[in-house]
Design a protein around this ligand. Structure first.
Ligand code: SF4
Ligand code: SF4
Length: 319
């Protein structure tokens, strides 16, 4: 198989230097103000999963996520740096709040191939001024050649700050993405109704979508997002064919929604005897009723084939 295998791995790194009120890292997946790891073994397990991904006999693109802030963790960055240097790894995408880039990127550059690093940089306006945020994003792009996406989360009460960020990104020539902000607990399946999961849609889906579009959301992505939150059973999806999700315990599933539902577990990346078998057929009908809320997942529902965007080193960006 020479097609790209995309993997979204949510690792157990927890330390974060921000305190966003809407943080979705809650409960068993809670971020921490004080420590990287909840259990002693967590750091080693992340290393094992990272090596498992690099050892697959396919070209791989990895969104290497954390429960906290990746640039707050030297341990985590060591693993990310190693992964960028592996021969079959096309890109390593980190999701960051952008605050530590100027301090940590120069250190990371000593061991990582930063030309393979994608930074998905989400702005949290209560925690960092827009000007400093943009300056840091430009530093990553212009000094180190990273593929950079500036991301905003739209809630009912932050349209003004999102507009400011969008203008600043546009002026700086930075890619800008707008996602719906979610209620904490949504990714873990605690909510069922669309308006509960995405507060912006609470006053009506059409009005909420119109608001998101007026603030810069990509129409195709937004429509897919809303579709995926609602009834999806039977819709053709390529998750499990050339896309996988790995949870913090190493379990491998076709997507994160199946992980929550414990549906069609493929194996565990921490198991030394585990050999990955991907589904041959590209499309399979979705077995979930609803609640496919993560973009990494629902982009697999797209009618447009993944090959058309395989040149983009990101699991979230649409060119
Ligand atoms: S930066 Fe991210 S992980 Fe940290 S508190 Fe904010 S939303 Fe949570
Ligand atoms: S539609 Fe979503 S929940 Fe269903 S298989 Fe695809 S990624 Fe998974």
């Amino acid at each position: 198989m020479d097609r790209l295998l995309n993997i979204w791995y949510v690792s157990s790194q927890r330390l974060c230097n921000f305190r966003c009120t809407y943080c979705v890292s809650t409960g068993d997946y809670a971020k921490s103000d004080t420590s990287d790891w909840k259990h002693e073994r967590d750091r080693d397990d992340v290393g094992t999963v990272v090596r498992w991904m690099a050892a697959q006999p396919y070209p791989v693109g990895v969104r290497l996520a954390t429960l906290g802030e990746p640039f707050a963790s030297r341990d985590f960055l060591t693993q990310a740096a190693w992964l960028t240097q592996q021969p079959r790894v096309r890109f390593v995408e980190l999701l960051t709040n952008g605050s530590l880039l100027k301090r940590r990127l120069p250190v990371l550059a000593e061991t990582a191939d930063l030309s393979r690093l994608t930074l998905w940089i989400t702005h949290h306006h209560t925690e960092i001024p827009t000007a400093r945020f943009i300056e840091n994003a430009l530093f990553a792009r212009d000094t180190y050649g990273c593929f950079v996406v500036v991301n905003a989360l739209l809630f009912p009460d932050n349209a003004e700050q999102v507009s400011e960020l969008r203008r600043a990104a546009h002026d700086a020539g930075l890619r800008f993405n707008l996602d719906l902000g979610y209620t904490p607990g949504t990714p873990n399946g605690e909510f069922e109704r669309t308006e509960q999961m995405a507060p912006l849609l609470g006053t009506g889906t059409s009005a909420g979508m119109a608001g998101a579009l007026s603030h810069g959301a990509n129409r195709e992505l937004l429509e897919l997002n809303v579709t995926a939150l609602g009834p999806i059973k039977g819709l053709p999806c390529q998750a499990g064919h050339d896309y996988l999700y790995i949870g913090i315990n190493g379990d491998v599933y076709p997507c994160s929604r199946y992980y929550v539902l414990q549906q069609d577990r493929i194996g565990n990346a921490l198991d030394p005897d585990f050999r990955l078998e991907l589904r041959d057929d590209r499309w399979a009908g979705c077995k979930a009723d609803s609640g496919c809320c993560n973009k990494e997942d629902f982009l697999n529902l797209r009618a447009r084939s993944r090959e058309e965007r395989s040149a983009v080193p990101s699991l979230g960006w649409l060119d």
